[in-house]
Ligand binder design. Structure first.
Ligand SMILES: [Zn+2]
Length: 162
């Protein structure tokens, strides 16, 4: 048997889990079940040899269950963080360098996102072949197309245009 039970300091355990990567980004406190959508937003499907670890439905203080995504060798752009905030509004972005978290912040939901989601309404001017870029107003638990006022909630991941 190992002596795993000997370390009883929960905080350190959490920090350890977060900082296991060397250089990159840990996206913590992702709503349970959204990790694969986070990877999709980041354009990560494993085909380019990306080094990624994913924890799904891990017990969490802040959320009942959370996902955690660790991406080696990558820091996220503001655009990526904005889109992430739509499906993971409680996420924490940890920037890791040389195994240490050097920066940590909660995502902030932007007032609006432009050009990142496709409107699901086939009659919307943004999907009718007109040169109009999609724009969605960000609400508390959904987004709303500013052109046709279609409200999108659960389908957000499938409408991301990356
Ligand atoms: Zn629309």
């Amino acid at each position: 048997m190992s002596n795993d039970h000997d370390h009883h300091d929960g905080n350190d355990d959490h920090e350890l889990r977060v900082s296991k990567i060397r250089d990159g980004t840990v996206i913590d406190h992702v709503n349970g079940g959204q990790a694969l959508n986070v990877l999709a937003i980041l354009g990560i499907d494993g085909s380019k040899g990306e080094e990624v670890s994913v924890g799904m439905n891990v017990p969490s203080d802040r959320l009942a269950r959370k996902d955690i995504v660790k991406v080696e060798g990558r820091e996220l752009s503001q655009d990526e963080v904005d889109v992430l905030s739509l499906i993971a509004p409680d996420a924490t972005i940890n920037i890791v360098r040389n195994y240490e978290v050097i920066e940590k912040h909660r995502v902030e939901r932007p007032d609006a996102v432009t050009g990142v989601l496709s409107c699901p309404n086939p009659g919307c001017i943004t999907t009718a072949g007109e040169p109009v870029t999609s724009k969605f107003e960000v609400l508390d638990d959904a987004v709303r197309c500013v052109y046709c006022e279609t409200i999108v909630r659960d389908e957000i991941p499938s409408l991301i245009d990356t």
